[in-house]
Ligand binder design. Structure first.
Ligand SMILES: [Zn+2]
Ligand SMILES: [Zn+2]
Length: 277
């Protein structure tokens, strides 16, 4: 089976292994295509993103690895862009400037006039505090802001890949809302509709599941089925932060996609192509 992954992190951002260690692991695991997607620099101090002064080192290192391993694996350079209203510089402009091969864009920080709500990371406590401080604990308002920010990102930046689009559920764990509530379903369906209109590729992200932070993929099974019904293109990402995670649950996820009604999956080889499941 053709194996690939376009969503990976390294020591250039919050990953644990170097770019080269990620590549040699991908080769060992028989992957044909692998993409680097460091968290893009953000305009405030942080310890998770690529630092502004490291951009050219990152780009040069990916170039070196592409050449060094070209007879073993096809490598591509990207970034996982954070979309934050009023803060993010133009994503497409930056991707052109850095000569990236494709664009992944995701929402990790939800904008509110009171501050940014961090929905990712390993701590439930920071999710709960952000909900209280940025949205006065109003979950509908907060989740609504997450999805409108996601929709705005898809329409504005037109990323090739939309990252983990329902990650807002991760720390919820059925505490503040249930995913089958109509208001929540409506927000998800609007997002899926927007991906369809913009011909986006939706990633099915295996990380939450293999890290034990979620009991399903991002997005969860009902939405994977909805994506098949709406004929939205999908790819599988492991969002790996360590070398042994490069292909985690790839095979299991492709089986699952088939069971959910998907017939094909998309991969990048200079252009986006599909392969039957
Ligand atoms: Zn992400
Ligand atoms: Zn990521």
């Amino acid at each position: 089976m053709l194996k690939f992954n376009y969503h990976s992190h390294s020591t250039f951002c919050d990953g644990k292994n170097t770019l080269e260690e990620m590549v040699t692991s991908a080769i060992d695991k028989g992957m044909k295509y692998f993409g680097f997607s460091a968290h893009s620099p953000v305009p405030f101090e942080n310890d998770f993103g690529l630092q502004q002064e490291e951009i050219s080192n990152y780009l040069n290192e990916t170039k070196r690895l592409k050449a060094k391993y070209e007879d073993k694996i096809k490598l591509f350079t990207s970034m996982e862009f954070d979309y934050i209203p009023t803060m993010s510089e133009d994503i497409r402009e930056r991707a052109i400037k850095y000569q990236l091969d494709y664009i992944i864009s995701s929402v990790h920080l939800v904008y509110s006039p009171k501050g940014l709500w961090f929905i990712d990371g390993s701590k439930q406590e920071s999710y709960d505090n952000g909900l209280k401080n940025c949205f006065d604990g109003d979950i509908k308002k907060a989740v609504g802001a997450f999805y409108s920010q996601t929709i705005e990102m898809i329409q504005g930046a037109k990323p090739d890949i939309v990252g983990h689009f329902d990650k807002v559920k991760m720390h919820n764990k059925d505490r503040f809302f249930k995913e089958d509530e109509p208001w929540y379903r409506d927000l998800v369906m609007q997002t899926i509709e927007t991906m369809k209109e913009n011909d986006s590729i939706c990633e099915i992200n295996t990380r939450g599941l293999y890290k034990g932070r979620s009991n399903d993929y991002f997005p969860q099974t009902n939405w994977i089925k909805a994506l098949a019904k709406e004929k939205v293109r999908v790819t599988i990402s492991t969002d790996c932060h360590k070398a042994d995670e490069v292909d985690k649950l790839f095979i299991e996820c492709s089986e699952h996609l088939k069971e959910c009604g998907h017939k094909e999956i998309w991969y990048f080889d200079e252009i986006w192509k599909s392969t039957p499941l």
